[in-house]
Design a binder for this molecule. Structure first.
Ligand SMILES: [Zn+2]
Length: 385
């Protein structure tokens, strides 16, 4: 019944867990695999009941001491519709020194290792502190599963306070990332025949001014000396991206609506509520009196793990890393922090090949991840401190 890490990875990538699809087949498989190995497993269904987080634990029940370790990753993947795949993206291809498939790197490779390590520990009875797994849904569309987990997790239930988020970092240790606030701005006009423009209100023209105002805000943000910028030498400010714009239905129709989607990435300690207000203050006058709404699509908090925390110190020593590192993508860890968890971003695979055709993970990385994560389990769940 038990599979090697590579065999398990092959099973996991075969589930099409693109965020737009249900992840229940994979969640059921993961739960069954871990249950068979002796883990305590629960599925936390999404509000629509079409997706689930999987929460599993082995070893003693978590107590108020919050000892132990959490291994966490997301089960969803980005769409695999881009051209350039050499083979079916949901079949694991064995190509020399690497495995290729959608999700091989981001991040089912880590999930396979975490599942097998938990399964092995469940059988060995060596754990003095709990080892927990938290596998989430909808990370790629705004860490929605992690947010739901944090909002639903009962305050009275303990979890280990140290967590590894196994996103691809090529097994270096990242202790910070920016957040990601995603907004949708909608301008409402009134449609009309374009030959009779006085009967309508064009929603696209003022949208141009709104984009201009956003660009102005972006330039302002780039000049501000925000706290924590030293951790992000490449982009030491709050980036704002006007990501999409959509409006109009035909060339002879006065457009009644235009939507603009904007992403903003606050640094650790920054406030997304304050950034939202700055967006509102910038775009409202620019719309020239046209009704405008700003919808928050998602808000992933930034992450900061203190450099002298036990987890950061341990992992840096383990991989002989001297420098402080941060990553430029948001993770579920931003949410988990709100449960008082110290989260390090640490996983196999290179982020540079994620979200691209022929996404791959080096076989060596999987082997190394197994060794390093296993040692971390020994440190936090077996040894007495
Ligand atoms: Zn990821």
């Amino acid at each position: 019944m038990s599979l090697s890490d590579a065999e398990l990875l092959e099973r996991l990538v075969a589930f099409d867990t693109t965020s737009s699809e249900s992840n229940l087949p994979m969640a059921d498989y993961v739960a069954g695999y871990l249950r068979t190995a002796g883990a305590q497993v629960e599925l936390q269904l999404s509000p629509e009941k079409d997706k689930a987080n999987v929460v599993a634990s082995v070893g003693p029940v978590a107590d108020g001491s919050r000892r132990g370790l959490v291994l966490s990753g997301h089960m969803d993947v980005v769409p695999a519709r881009e051209g350039g795949w050499r083979h079916s993206p949901f079949e694991l291809a064995n190509e020399g020194d690497r495995f290729v498939a959608r999700g091989a790197c981001d991040m089912k490779g880590f999930l396979a290792v975490a599942m097998n390590l938990a399964a092995e520990r469940a059988g060995s009875a060596s754990l003095r502190s709990p080892l927990a797994l938290i596998f989430t849904f909808d990370e790629e569309v705004g860490c929605l599963g992690a947010r739901y987990f944090v909002e639903q997790w009962p305050a009275a239930r303990s979890l280990p306070a140290q967590a590894i988020i196994g996103e691809p970092t090529s097994l270096s240790v990242a202790r910070a990332h920016k957040g990601h606030l995603k907004l949708k701005i909608t301008l409402e006009g009134r449609s009309a025949h374009s030959g009779y423009p006085h009967l309508g209100v064009n929603a696209i023209e003022p949208a141009a001014s709104v984009v201009d105002a956003l660009a102005h805000l972006r330039r302002t943000l780039e000049t501000e000396q925000v706290d924590g910028r030293d951790l992000f030498p490449e982009v030491p400010f709050v980036p704002l991206n006007v990501g999409t714009i959509a409006g109009g239905s035909a060339i002879n129709v006065v457009p009644d609506r235009c939507t603009i989607e904007v992403g903003i990435r606050p640094l650790p300690g920054g406030s997304s509520a304050e950034l939202l207000e700055r967006v509102r203050a910038a775009v409202t006058p620019a719309a020239g009196g046209l009704p405008l709404t700003i919808e928050e699509l998602s808000d992933t908090p930034p992450l900061l793990l203190p450099d002298d925390s036990a987890l950061h110190r341990y992992l840096c020593t383990l991989v002989d890393q001297k420098a402080d590192e941060a990553v430029s993508f948001a993770t579920d860890g931003g949410w988990f922090q709100k449960l008082g968890m110290d989260c390090a971003i640490f996983g196999p695979g290179a982020i540079a090949v994620a979200h691209r055709p022929n996404e791959w993970i080096a076989k060596d990385d999987l082997v190394r991840a197994r060794l390093l994560v296993s040692q971390t389990i020994d440190h936090f769940c077996v040894e007495v401190h």
